[in-house]
Design a protein around this ligand. Structure first.
Ligand SMILES: Cc1cc2nc3c(=O)[nH]c(=O)nc-3n(C[C@H](O)[C@H](O)[C@H](O)COP(=O)(O)O)c2cc1C
Length: 187
């Protein structure tokens, strides 16, 4: 079966980011057609219209990666009941200049892990609203709210979490395939 080029953005950029660890474990254990490419969003400068003129190589690279992707997977921490600014910054870059929104029409999914009991519930709600405005087609169900305790231990993904993670990504693959069969690939 053909693979699906899937851009991954991880909203945690610290060395021991829980969400980066979650994605690292996905790369190790996931079996399926989603072919992941992570873009390191911390390499992007802060968005300003003053520098949004098509001359920054890193921004051009980012936009090319978005355009070339068939699907987008966002993995986010929760910061103060929202998602981190570094992730918003990346979404903003991809959305501009005006009328050149590169996110439009991309099928997407949101995962997240936090140390709080609500497992990024609030962050994902806000992220979903932004993605909706950017005209991404975000999978509604299933949802993935992870807590550090239920997902990871010092050795990696805990055994019980693996089927849940796999099932979520299988659903996403199905979502992307349905999307492609209906509207074609926007890459
Ligand atoms: C600025 C800041 C705000 C935070 N706010 C929340 C929050 O609203 N809800 C929550 O569950 N955890 C919150 N946390 C704790 C995070 O869940 C925890 O730091 C987690 O490791 C973040 O994910 P990351 O390691 O991938 O960056 C916050 C952490 C920071 C640094």
């Amino acid at each position: 079966m053909e693979t699906i080029k899937t851009l991954v953005l991880v909203g945690g950029i610290s060395k021991n980011s829980l969400n980066q660890r979650l994605f690292n474990e996905i790369e190790k254990h996931y079996h399926g057609a989603l072919a992941f490419t992570q873009f390191a969003i911390e390499k992007l400068p802060y968005y300003s219209q003053d520098i949004d003129n098509g001359t920054l190589p890193i921004v051009n690279e980012f936009k090319a990666v978005i355009k070339n992707s068939q699907a987008v997977l966002l993995i986010t921490p929760e910061y103060n009941r929202s998602f981190p600014g570094v992730l918003k910054n990346a979404l903003d870059w991809g959305s501009r200049p005006y009328e050149q929104n590169t996110w439009g029409g991309k099928p997407a999914a949101i995962m997240g892990a936090s140390v709080g009991k609500l497992g990024t519930f609030a962050a994902q709600g806000q992220l979903r609203a932004v993605c909706s405005f950017l005209n991404m087609h975000v999978m509604n169900q299933p949802e993935f709210y992870g807590t550090a305790q239920t997902l990871l231990d010092e050795t990696g993904l805990i055994d019980k979490a693996l089927p849940f993670v796999q099932k979520y990504l299988d659903s996403f693959e199905q979502w992307v395939r349905q999307h492609i069969s209906m509207v074609g690939s926007k890459q």
